[in-house]
Design a protein. Structure first.
Length: 399
């Protein structure tokens, strides 16, 4: 691709070439068709795959890299890659946006897993690099284009690796704390949520919910709108309910220093903060007790209009989840640890009997045992060591 010293002189030619390279994959896979006006000029032809607003099942014929179409697709990839290395292209504005669009169209028509592996794909890495650039339009175009590397028809191994690396890359950008990045990242997380599977979905929801506590009101509003849009056609509460275990604690633990996060989430799910505290208590209390957050547990007690001791023990499901988490901690003396932790939340939990721990376990022995087994099953492979369980618990289960 040749660049003149006068950018305005050949800007139209540059853009036309990139537009053509973007549609050559659509043409090569026989997916181009006239638009609604019936125009047959290539610039106005639409792709049955790339320009379809609603998702549709892919047919094998939509891939340019098989069915005897030859290897022209490899030459186009090489041409696009060569363009990205041109210094004047790297300093351009509109051509870089068109490049991102061209990459999306091209790789949307490729099924070869070696080329769809983001770790190895130089054009995919170029898209990731675009996410940290200052040009907003480029970042949005790159976001859309990266989604073709996450689609369901890619082989499981490559797809999961791509999804994991994209989410990790986005998370790293979040940690930079650059305000200009956050708008694009919210859109990016939302796009990933729409194409990813059950493994990544709760992680993405958690990231978007975290944005509800952002100090910038515009960023909070964007996250709110994206969560609302993800729930359609259902209500946001239906979307979030299966994932309260992942989401709730991160919101409730910040209810004092970031009250807007809980308020926004309560508004989103059409309830007030008091109702949110009560409805999520089963998921938040175990970690609130473990981290000794009596200040927040008192707020739950106030919302329920009961004492702190009653919050910890009633309903019995609360007690079962709390005791299971405490008993599963890797500490030298689990008995002392459990009672000291509970006593810091509510001193009267230690009073009344030298066998207070056994009495608490006896209140819901079966429930505690079930919750301990759940915790053990949910640990990742690197932490699959046997859960240390208080001996009296196992004895009571056996007998």
């Amino acid at each position: 691709m040749s660049f003149s010293d006068n950018p305005k002189l050949n800007e139209a030619a540059q853009q036309q070439l990139l537009n053509a390279l973007g549609k050559v994959a659509c043409a090569g896979s026989r997916c181009l068709r006239p638009n609604r006006d019936g125009s047959k000029q290539w610039q106005y032809l639409t792709c049955a795959l790339c320009d379809e607003s609603a998702s549709k099942d892919r047919s094998p014929e939509g891939y340019w890299d098989n069915h005897g179409y030859g290897e022209d697709w490899k030459e186009v990839i090489a041409a696009l890659l060569a363009i990205t290395k041109e210094r004047k292209f790297q300093n351009s504005t509109r051509p870089r946006v068109l490049m991102a669009i061209a990459i999306r169209r091209l790789f949307n028509h490729i099924s070869d897993v070696d080329y769809l592996n983001l770790e190895m794909c130089e054009l995919g890495q170029w898209l990731l690099a675009c996410m940290s650039r200052s040009l907003r339009e480029l970042k949005i175009a790159a976001t859309h284009s990266l989604m073709v590397f996450l689609r369901n028809d890619i082989s499981d191994h490559v797809r999961q690796k791509n999804r994991r690396s994209v989410v990790e890359f986005f998370d790293a950008l979040v940690q930079r704390g650059i305000l200009a990045d956050q708008e694009t990242l919210i859109l990016a997380y939302s796009h990933v949520a729409r194409v990813c599977g059950e493994l990544e979905f709760p992680i993405i929801l958690h990231r978007l919910v975290e944005y509800l506590g952002h100090p910038n009101a515009l960023i909070c509003g964007m996250a709110y709108r994206e969560l609302d849009a993800l729930a359609e056609p259902d209500e946001p509460e239906v979307l979030l309910k299966p994932y309260w275990r992942v989401i709730a604690f991160s919101v409730i633990k910040d209810i004092i220093n970031k009250p807007q996060k809980a308020q926004q989430l309560a508004d989103l799910t059409e309830q007030n903060v008091r109702q949110l505290l009560v409805s999520t208590q089963a998921y938040t209390l175990p970690h609130l007790v473990l981290t000794k957050r009596r200040d927040i547990i008192e707020k739950i007690a106030q919302a329920r209009k009961v004492s702190v001791a009653e919050v910890l023990t009633q309903p019995r499901s609360n007690l079962a989840k709390i005791m299971a988490l405490l008993l599963s901690q890797s500490v030298p003396d689990v008995e002392s640890f459990v009672m000291e932790t509970l006593a810091e939340i509510e001193p009267q939990m230690r009073e009344g009997s030298n066998d207070r721990l056994e009495a608490l376990i006896a209140m819901d022995i079966t429930g505690i045992a079930i919750e301990i087994l759940k915790l053990s099953a949910e640990r990742d492979e690197s932490r699959k060591a046997p859960v240390r369980v208080y001996p009296a618990l196992m004895m009571q289960v056996i007998y």
